[in-house]
Every structure is written in structure tokens, then in C-alpha cells.
Design a protein around this ligand. Structure first.
Ligand SMILES: Cc1cc2nc3c(=O)[nH]c(=O)nc-3n(C[C@H](O)[C@H](O)[C@H](O)COP(=O)(O)OP(=O)(O)OC[C@H]3O[C@@H](n4cnc5c(N)ncnc54)[C@H](O)[C@@H]3O)c2cc1C
Ligand code: FES
Length: 258
């Protein structure tokens, strides 16, 4: 259920240059792929920002983020005990989207495709499906983008393929280069999250290769409210425009017009 609460940061750590995990006090009941809107109460901007719920345990939850602009810079600089307002969990996550699109609830083999920070949204799905067989294709520009490798290695029943554009780790290239070696008939579903150009390339690959496995895409639009009021987050679909914060962020690839 959607909650609004004021709380505080209980831990903040830098994972790699400009990438941070922030742990926030408060329990949140969510499904993988949902997100929270976070406001910094004592800062310059009253507008919140959306972040995927990365992990939750023992009455707190974490977000994993990269510094892009002024707001995320402030968050990265915010010490323990900084006051925040949280709205969440927001949006339709992967499990509800599977129901909406009538995709099997109990897949036995799942393909995950993450681009950079997209791993923040997919990680909790990989934990959710811990018993199932899984393959993760994780791409970045350089090895510094391939974050939380120790956590990924601890996920059971997971084979990992890494790609980097500069060849500093894994296969040199982009995630779609690895897809040519994937035996799609073995998979029941594919979940992806990453920058829009990656999602566009995946959608084109699916169409070109006539891949039958349903591909659920978590989209990241600019958002102001996160709860369906401001209409700032529209996504063009084959069935008119949809709100990324309510109907999404998870969409079936075939309905997206990118
Ligand atoms: C549902 C959802 C979940 C998200 N989860 C995460 C997460 O787990 N970790 C994370 O690091 N980020 C996540 N984001 C993106 C995050 O909200 C933005 O990085 C953040 O709002 C940037 O704020 P800023 O003020 O620091 O940057 P701004 O000054 O607002 O922007 C700086 C630069 O980043 C670009 N940018 C900002 N927001 C977005 C966006 N949503 N999509 C594409 N480009 C953007 C801008 O075009 C600009 O070039 C998510 C976004 C959505 C919608
Ligand atoms: S962010 Fe306001 S309607 Fe989606």
C-alpha cells in the first residue's frame, strides 16, 4: 500500500565514483520493479526524485543511484540522519505486470538484461526469483559501470554475462551482441531495465529476430509527482499515452512506441 512518511537516512556509502547506496529508515512492502519518490526535506528542491527500491530488510530499505545532476549530488553528500520524505511503493512492478499481460506467474527460466544503473531495479527481481534458473546480461560503458558484482555473485542459480563498450570487462560490445548466443526457447520471460537507447535496441532485436519470449521493460521517464497527478511522465504506447508512474514503469515491449 502506498505510504507517505518522513524519516531519515541511516547509512550512505560510495560504491564507485559517483555511485552510491543510501539506506533509509522505514519498512516498505513492495514488489520488484516498484520505486519510491524521495524528497530531501532540508534542501533547495521541494520536488522529489524517483528511485527503484533496491533492497529492503529489517525495517529499512536501500536505493542505489548515480549522481546525474544537482539533486542526486545533494543526496550523495547527505550524511546519516538527514531528513527525507518518502512516497511509495509507487508504480506497477514486474509481478503485477506479469498478471496484467497474462504471462506465467511461475516462470522456470528468466532472462534479465540490465544496462548500468538498471541493475538497481532488476536486483530485487533476481532475489524474488531466487529458486528459478536465471541468466543476467549486464552491460556498461566501462568496468566501473558493472557495480555490485559481489551481491550479484551471491544470487543463487544465476549465470552472468558482462559486456563493456571499451572491453575493460567481459565481452567487448553492448548487451544485444550477447543476445545472439541466447537460446530463447529455454526462457519463459525476459525482464530489462536501462537507458532508453538500450530498451529501444532490445525492442528492435526482439522484432527483427521474432523472439517469442515476452520482454518486460522498466522505463525511466522524468517524474514530478510519481502518483499519477501531474501527467509529466507520459509514455507513448500502441494504445495511446500511458503514465509511467502508474501504469508503468513496467511495460510489455510490444506496446512501447520508442
Ligand atoms: C521509475 C524510476 C526509477 C528510477 N530509479 C533509479 C535508480 O534506482 N537509480 C538511479 O540512479 N536513478 C534512477 N532513476 C533516475 C533518477 O530519478 C534520476 O537520475 C534523477 O531524478 C536525476 O535527478 P538530478 O536532479 O540529480 O538530475 P537532473 O539535473 O534532473 O538531470 C541530470 C541529467 O540526467 C538526466 N535524467 C534525469 N532524470 C532522468 C530520467 N528519469 N531518465 C533519463 N534521464 C534522466 C537529465 O536529462 C540530465 O541530463 C529512476 C527514474 C525513474 C523514473
Ligand atoms: S509523475 Fe506525475 S503523473 Fe506520473
Amino acid at each position: 500500500m502506498l505510504k507517505v512518511f518522513e524519516t531519515e537516512i541511516i547509512e550512505s556509502s560510495e560504491l564507485s565514483p559517483s555511485t552510491y547506496i543510501v539506506k533509509i529508515n522505514g519498512s516498505i512492502s513492495y514488489e520488484p520493479g516498484q520505486f519510491v519518490m524521495v524528497s530531501l526535506l532540508e534542501q533547495f528542491s521541494i520536488l522529489p526524485r524517483p528511485f527503484s527500491i533496491f533492497y529492503a530488510e529489517n525495517g529499512n530499505f536501500s536505493i542505489l543511484f548515480k549522481v546525474f545532476g544537482g539533486w542526486t549530488k545533494k543526496l550523495a553528500e547527505s550524511p546519516k540522519n538527514t531528513k527525507v520524505r518518502v512516497v511509495g511503493p509507487c508504480g506497477t512492478g514486474f509481478i503485477s505486470a506479469m498478471k496484467r499481460y497474462k504471462i506465467t506467474h511461475s516462470p522456470s527460466k528468466i532472462l534479465f538484461i540490465a544496462g548500468g544503473l538498471g541493475i538497481a531495479s532488476l536486483f530485487s527481481s533476481m532475489i524474488h526469483f531466487s529458486k528459478e534458473q536465471k541468466v543476467l546480461i549486464f552491460g556498461g560503458r566501462t568496468q566501473q559501470d558493472i557495480i555490485i558484482r559481489d551481491r550479484i555473485e551471491s544470487v543463487p542459480n544465476l549465470d552472468v554475462h558482462i559486456t563493456t563498450q571499451d572491453g575493460s570487462l567481459g565481452t567487448k560490445g553492448v548487451v544485444t551482441d550477447v543476445l545472439y548466443n541466447i537460446p530463447f526457447d529455454d526462457f519463459d520471460i525476459a525482464l530489462c531495465c536501462g537507458p532508453v537507447p538500450m530498451i529501444k535496441a532490445l525492442k528492435e532485436f526482439w522484432d527483427r529476430q521474432a523472439v517469442k519470449v515476452p520482454l518486460l521493460c522498466s522505463m525511466e521517464e522524468r517524474m514530478a509527482c510519481g502518483i499519477g497527478i501531474c501527467f509529466s511522465c507520459v509514455v507513448k504506447t500502441s494504445d495511446n499515452y500511458k503514465l509511467c508512474c502508474k501504469y508503468g514503469p513496467v511495460f510489455l515491449h510490444s506496446e512501447l512506441i520508442l
